[in-house]
Design a binder for this molecule. Structure first.
Ligand SMILES: [Zn+2]
Length: 70
């Protein structure tokens, strides 16, 4: 996570907050976050990391949520 300690900024377009997490770009694609193509790593700020986690979690937990509620 070297680039984070150098003060990398969030890669989401329009966002200039400090990055807290560096992820493979392929893991961020398809979650609705607007990130630049072509780089291997994507840096996310706290807020966008939360958004990313929520987006990936939703996909996985749709089935389970259904069982929990009914
Ligand atoms: Zn951000």
């Amino acid at each position: 996570m070297g680039i984070i300690s150098k003060g990398a900024k969030c890669n989401v377009s329009g966002c200039d907050k400090d990055g807290v997490r560096s992820l493979s770009t392929s893991k961020v694609e398809g979650t609705g976050l607007s990130i630049p193509a072509g780089s291997k790593k994507t840096v996310l700020c706290k807020e966008h990391y939360k958004e990313w986690k929520k987006a990936t979690k939703d996909e996985r937990e749709v089935e389970r949520a259904r069982y929990d509620r009914f």
